[in-house]
Design a protein around this ligand. Structure first.
Ligand code: GDP
Length: 171
């Protein structure tokens, strides 16, 4: 049974996308941060009236089969993209669309973060929307936002969107 005002948010993406750096940027009253060894970290903090449990799971190819262990009761999926990594954009698209087939993620909101916007030559959020075929997604409530974990651009806004979208659905 769900605890009062608790949200479970899963951060995924290819390795090097910037997941860990974005998480470090998220401020809140940090109450707990656990770092087990097998390529994942759980960060728990209070944001307004909600307790957020954020799971950051490693994205290396060898770790991707383990992603499914973290799907249960996920309220929101944050798919982090390295906007400067054009070479792996196709891989990124395939991994995202295969994730969206997962039954256990069926109810989750999807936020795509086009990270590393500070790098010259990065793809824009509009380009990434095309490259990842986001408009074909009809199974999830989705949004794409450009951001930079380095400068902090749009990082608080991203969290606001997730919390508001999940709250509208489950509370
Ligand atoms: P993860 O594998 O998805 O957790 O990625 P990390 O958070 O470890 O970041 C991978 C690399 O990208 C690190 O060297 C970060 O410093 C760098 N990085 C992350 N976000 C940004 C960003 O917004 N801009 C730039 N220029 N570098 C970033």
């Amino acid at each position: 049974q769900r605890k009062e005002k608790e949200m479970r948010i899963l951060f995924l993406g290819l390795d090097n996308a910037g997941k860990t750096t974005i998480l470090k940027r998220l401020n809140g009253d940090d109450i707990d941060s656990v770092s087990p060894t097998l390529g994942f970290e759980i960060k728990t903090f209070v944001h307004g009236k909600y307790t957020l449990n954020i799971w950051d799971v490693g994205g290396q190819r060898t770790l991707r089969p383990y992603w499914r262990n973290y799907f249960e009761q996920t309220d929101a999926l944050v798919w982090v993209v390295d906007s400067s990594d054009r070479i792996r954009m196709e891989d990124c698209k395939e991994e995202l669309h295969s994730l969206l087939q997962e039954n256990r993620l069926a109810g989750a909101s999807l936020l795509v973060l086009a990270n590393k916007q500070d790098l010259i030559g990065s793809m824009t959020d509009t380009e990434i929307r095309e490259a990842l075929s986001l408009r074909s997604i009809v199974t999830h409530n989705w949004k794409i936002m450009p951001c930079s974990a380095l400068t902090g651009m749009n990082v608080p806004e991203a969290l606001e969107w997730i919390v508001a979208d999940v709250a509208e659905r489950i509370y």
